[in-house]
Design a protein around this ligand. Sequence first.
Ligand SMILES: C[S@@+](CC[C@H](N)C(=O)[O-])C[C@H]1O[C@@H](n2cnc3c(N)ncnc32)[C@H](O)[C@@H]1O
Length: 298
Amino acid sequence: MARIKEVLSSLRLRGLSEEEQKKLVKSFDIVGDILIIKIHPELESKSRIIGEALHSLFPGVRTIAAVPLYAHTDELYRTRDIEVIWGDENLETTHKESGCIFKVDLSHVFFSPRLAYERMRIARKVLPGETIINMFSGVGCYSIIIAKMQPQAKVYSIDVNPYAYECMDENVRLNRMEGRVIPVMGDVSDELLMDKGLEGVADRVLMPLPERAHHFLPLAVRALKSTGSGTIHYYDIHRGRKRGGEELFNVPIQRARETISSAFGNLEMRIEDKRIVRSVAPRTYHVVLDLRIEKGNR
Ligand SMILES: C[S@@+](CC[C@H](N)C(=O)[O-])C[C@H]1O[C@@H](n2cnc3c(N)ncnc32)[C@H](O)[C@@H]1O
């Protein structure tokens, strides 16, 4: 990170004032051969020189793309505006993670390399023979990493974005996961209905849509097998309190409990694990709760 500061500081020589220097965002992501950086709205007119400076630091990248610092995020697909500021205009690339390869088209799908640890954390929990439903799979990263780590698991992998589905379908082939990861295109509210065959089949359900997962929690519970117990990896966004301390999880836990109890009465829910996945804005955290749901003999 020290070198990126140095290079970005040298921009002053080429036309950035001290005030503009302060507005530079110093963190970035590399996805395949594309570097992505956030740019403050007041620096948009300087994006070309920022792109050139970054290219001198990372000569191996094919494309440098910028996301506005306060970019609008598409409510349904979770994609953000993204613009090429240096290099090839093509935003399709291939990213390697945990021994898998993923085709991603950054202009049309959500993808974050910052979720690599979380994806692996979940994959390590899966037991042989499990049936898993990934409700919001994107290009299929969680599903494919799980199937690679646990060859005897089967993952139904659902996404409503046709571009994400297309990438996922190709990623299943690229990683030779046919029959172990089953891509499904559609809205979970339709795809998890009883007549589609995915109600009451899962040992584990993943809900990686932190902004809206709570709306779909009753569906996730119904997707679990109707007897015994199952696990839901429930994601949420917590705003407001300082990082650290147990109280950070109180609101997400209460929201999960209330949602489940108003849909199912006194269904037993235990918190098996909980963690902050990442910070997404000042004092705003993407959190996960691993919920163990006991259905008994319902
Ligand atoms: C945060 S992204 C998922 C990221 C993905 N799990 C990964 O690791 O890259 C959320 C995804 O949920 C999908 N989505 C949103 N609402 C949906 C719904 N009602 N049914 C199915 N998919 C949905 C979006 O298209 C998007 O690809």
